[in-house]
Design a protein around this ligand. Sequence first.
Ligand SMILES: [Zn+2]
Length: 273
Amino acid sequence: MSEAAAVARADRRTVVRLSQRDLVVLWPRAEAVIDPRTPPRRIFLSPHFDDAPLCAGGRMLAGPPGVWRTVVFFSRSAFWRFRVERDEAFIALLRLAEERHAARLFGYALETAGLAEAPLRGRPDPLNPAEKPDSRDREVIEAVRRLLASLAARFPDARFAVPMGIGHHIDHRILRDAALAVLPSCGVGRDRIELCEDLPYAATARRRVWPPTVLPGARLKPRVEAVRADWKAEGLRAYFSQLHAEQIAAVEQYARSLGGGFGAERFWLAGSA
Ligand SMILES: [Zn+2]
């Protein structure tokens, strides 16, 4: 073996070790900082940090950087997965840093609305399907609706990706219901609205019969787009404070179960079933 080959092999071993310890994220293309003035062709309406790459990261990677803009609505958060107490300001900074990293990896422009996520509105059990929007949510619902109307006006040609609400997270449902009500009333045609499968919920649910379970009566047509599940999973490691390895593996496995060779993402369009 030549000296160069021996060094290359040692380097590879080092990189693999670093990535196994979550210290580096390997990536197939140059990171891109997207100018927020770039008009997007597609807008992901993201309840929280991490939802956009979880649901659409594969499609974001399939095209050139700059096609997508992610608008994070409930970007005030005090959640991380570790059992160490930290104040809200610390976690908020960390989560913003993770999201900015993900934006460079997946190549989207980022906007945040600064609304408080469910636990900060006095909702300790946001995934409980029995939780219904009430007075605790009134202010954020009004803010969500105003922002949706302004996005529709600012970007009259963009397509909107909306979380479907699989997993029943109340913030996802609030955003979905507002989007399905406000966007059409602002002139956004059905052909410009797509409903995305919320992850990791869709990957870990016991029953997989949506959309009827989350949107009774809706007539939606599925679209499946081939993506690179392996690179999507690698990019999701940017969310070190949120996603553990088993969740990322479940998301990757789900993408592979949808087909498309290396994997796929599925979304749903309004129309006849
Ligand atoms: Zn979410």
